[in-house]
Write a protein that binds this ligand. Structure first.
Ligand SMILES: [Zn+2]
Ligand SMILES: [Zn+2]
Length: 404
């Protein structure tokens, strides 16, 4: 009996779950893996699922799919759009949507495992399936590794993963070297001295300090980074004060930083620290600001030799023209911890989910950014077909490249 992958995708899409709360998704995935004859471990890294298919001697392939959704209210208007809600870590009820396509990742993984099981007489080795929680926190792969994943399954010879993206359906984007940026999330606390809004001279105003800091931070990428290089400094949140006539005592900024390598990372982090401290000093702050790192993601670096092998396998499976170099993405991923911790090579690729005609029309009109919703948009909606089929083919073909 074959698994109805369209029904599986729609079911997962209608029942999205926030990071580290993916209990329903995990048990559905575990059920399929068990039905397909895999040895299954659940609750690895809170909600993670691990499936092992031992099929004789040979290489060990770790194949990873993430499964969490986002606090986004879906606006796609699709018949199967999510109306789900969840409770976020602050205790707020929030809308939940698979706005990053991780429902597609789980679906394609189950389909690929089904195909590899059906073809098991043709290959030899061990397939390890990782259904990972909390990619959106950048924490799920670490959680699985820290929960003893490496003691549970054989050491990998290769780590594979894929992500659905706004490329035309049928197109694969992959490149050797840096595929996705490294990232740090920082919280900066600026200390002023609060007081009455009518008596600013008796205070040290952290609102003005924060405003000056935000503007000055923009000069890192515009004035300090070589224009031929890539770095991103985004201040995504700024909080200070409760009322118009009270000057607050502190302000908090949340920063998202992106860079292609450790050298740029060191440089941007040093610039952020220098500017934050200098603006506090310029305001006459009596207390040093605090800079806290909330999360750190390494760059996603594709191994050159393994990427060459996967690229030709994908070209054979999907046609030579289907595989393109998409350039480096400034987004970040936590998949590479699986490779970094084990020393195994990594290949991580993108596969398209956009109607090719729609993509071509937007490209011709120069309106790609406006007309083709990206991951995390409330309008993000991969075409079900052929996206599922291409994801299944890509993952199984890449795995077979190593398993024979
Ligand atoms: Zn995402
Ligand atoms: Zn994602």
């Amino acid at each position: 009996m074959t698994i109805d992958l369209e029904a599986l995708y729609i079911d997962l899409h209608q029942h999205p779950e926030l990071s580290f709360q993916e209990t329903r998704t995990a048990s559905i995935a575990a059920g399929h893996l068990r039905d397909l004859g895999l040895e299954v471990h659940e609750g690895v890294g809170v909600t993670g699922v691990v499936g092992v298919l031992r099929n004789g001697d040979g290489p060990v392939v770790w194949a990873r799919a993430d499964m969490d959704a986002l606090p986004v209210a879906e606006l796609t208007g699709l018949a199967y759009a999510s109306t789900a809600t969840g409770i976020d870590p602050s205790g707020n009820t929030v809308p939940v949507m698979h706005a990053c396509g991780h429902d597609m990742h789980v679906t394609a993984m189950i389909g690929a495992v089904e195909r590899l099981v059906a073809e098991r007489s043709e290959w030899s080795g061990t397939l390890v399936v990782l259904i990972q929680p909390a990619e959106e926190y950048g924490a799920g792969s670490r959680a699985m590794l820290d929960d003893g994943l490496r003691d549970l399954v054989p050491h990998p010879d290769i780590v594979l993963g894929q992500h659905v993206t706004p490329l035309p359906a049928g197109t694969i984007g992959v490149r050797p070297g840096t595929q996705m940026a490294a990232s740090d999330g920082l919280t900066v606390t600026l200390h002023g001295r609060g007081g009455h809004g009518s008596r600013p001279h008796s205070t040290i105003d952290p609102v003005v300090m924060a405003a000056a800091t935000v503007m000055r931070l923009q000069t890192i990428t515009s004035r300090e980074v070589d224009p031929r290089d890539v770095a991103v400094v985004t201040v995504g949140s700024i909080h200070a004060g409760l009322k118009n006539n009270i000057i607050p005592a502190e302000a908090k900024l949340e920063l998202s930083l992106r860079y292609p390598n450790d050298e740029m990372r060191d440089r941007v982090l040093a610039s952020v620290e220098r500017i934050v401290r200098a603006e506090a000093a310029a305001s006459g702050a009596e207390r040093e600001p605090e800079i806290r790192t909330d999360h750190t993601l390494p760059p996603t670096i594709n191994d050159a030799d393994a990427t060459a092998r996967v690229t030709s396998a994908l070209q054979r499976a999907l046609g030579e023209a289907s595989v393109v170099d998409p350039g480096m993405f400034t987004g970040s991923e936590d998949v590479s911890w699986f490779a970094r911790d084990t020393g195994a090579p990594l290949v991580f690729w993108f596969w398209g989910g956009v109607d090719p005609e729609r993509f071509a029309a937007a490209m011709a009109a120069g309106t790609l950014d406006k007309d083709v919703p990206t991951n995390h948009s409330p309008y993000f909606a991969p075409e079900i077909h052929p996206t599922i089929e291409v994801g299944v083919t890509a993952l199984s073909a890449a795995a077979r490249e190593f398993l024979g």
